[in-house]
Design a protein around this ligand. Structure first.
Ligand SMILES: CC(C)(COP(=O)(O)OP(=O)(O)OC[C@H]1O[C@@H](n2cnc3c(N)ncnc32)[C@H](O)[C@@H]1OP(=O)(O)O)[C@@H](O)C(=O)NCCC(=O)NCCS
Length: 215
């Protein structure tokens, strides 16, 4: 499983091809969210919800729970759970953990391809322009993971220019926040992991309860 490579073992995770997901299996309030969506979008939305319900079972909770769409399009997880959903054209991944272990999770999966040069100025900060183009997609994905992990706590939009990524050894990166987004501070660091597979890349930011920010 691709996403497993970027998660600690106490985070439960699942993946599927969104083509295999059946939107008619959604709860009525979830189905309403994609009632006017194109079939591809309805299937990817359904894949995230169906995988998350499987994982509720692994966390010892009932699977029979709808997952509404909350503020900022984030999933509204049941009390006691944090998690994240990501999809690309042929893969949907979900990661969940108990709030006893984590205060936020962000994951992102993308096809393993080059990010176009036209997106450089949007996604990279000037201090990141020196990175080779082969790393731009990872950097983009890492910033999306940061955003998803922080959003349920900060509840505000972050621009790609508000976060920088420094790749470190052994599949890890360190994200730095360059704008105040209470309770997160300017200069605060967040630990992340990345993995490069043959067809996909994956990144994650898992905020472990009680862990100190990396310096
Ligand atoms: C939210 C966002 C990150 C989603 O990324 P994406 O590449 O479009 O799509 P992904 O498939 O990886 O992720 C989509 C899932 O993310 C989740 N998501 C959406 N908004 C979210 C938010 N505000 N917080 C946490 N999770 C969110 C949802 O579960 C969604 O799937 P669903 O609609 O089927 O439930 C992106 O649309 C966005 O708004 N980006 C701008 C902000 C940003 O990335 N800033 C970077 C600097 S920190």
């Amino acid at each position: 499983m691709l996403i497993r490579h970027v998660l600690p073992d106490w985070v439960v995770a699942a993946e599927m091809d969104p083509l295999m997901a059946d939107p008619s299996a959604l709860f009525p309030e979830e189905r309403a969210e994609v009632a006017r969506a194109v079939p591809k979008r309805a299937r990817e939305f359904a894949a995230g919800r169906l995988l998350a319900r499987q994982l509720f079972g692994e966390l010892g909770m009932s699977s029979e729970r709808a997952i509404p769409v909350a503020e900022g399009r984030a999933p509204l997880w049941p009390a006691g759970v944090v998690g994240s959903i990501s999809h690309c054209h042929d893969l949907c991944a979900v990661a969940l953990a108990s709030c006893a272990r984590s205060t936020g999770i962000g994951i992102d999966v993308e096809a393993n391809r080059l990010l176009g040069r036209e997106l450089r100025d949007l996604c990279l900060r000037p201090d990141e322009f020196g990175l080779p183009q082969s790393l731009w997609m990872l950097l983009f994905s890492a910033k999306e993971s940061v955003y998803k992990a922080l959003f349920p706590t900060m509840r505000q939009f972050l621009d790609f220019q508000d976060v920088s990524i420094r790749f470190e050894g052994e599949g890890t990166f360190r994200a730095t926040l360059w704008r105040s987004a209470p309770p997160f501070r300017v200069g605060e660091h967040f630990p992340g992991r990345f993995f490069v597979g043959e067809r996909h890349i994956a990144t994650s930011v898992v905020l472990e309860k009680g862990a100190l920010s990396p310096t």
